[in-house]
Design a protein around this ligand. Structure first.
Ligand SMILES: [Zn+2]
Length: 79
């Protein structure tokens, strides 16, 4: 499978292609464009995508409590 066809995580931007991203632990439904940045869809609690991105930049995870469960992106997951 062409790795460029693997969807990028809307939070961290790596091509993890998982429902719950192992790099930042953001959970997304695969529907591109659904997350406007301020919408709360319930899959990620009360966090919006903007908040999750901010958390990722600070903690390396979409929420502080996920710092210990995320892993670094693999080389083939870079955008
Ligand atoms: Zn991610």
């Amino acid at each position: 499978m062409d790795r460029l066809s693997i969807p990028r995580c809307p939070c961290c931007g790596y091509r993890t292609g998982c429902a719950t991203c192992p790099v930042c632990y953001w959970t997304h439904d695969g529907a591109a464009g659904r997350h406007s940045g301020t919408a709360v869809d319930g899959l990620n609690g009360e966090r919006t995508l903007d908040e999750a991105r901010l958390n990722y930049s600070i903690y390396g995870a979409s929420a502080r409590r996920y710092r210990d469960v995320v892993r670094p992106p693999r080389p083939d997951e870079h955008p």
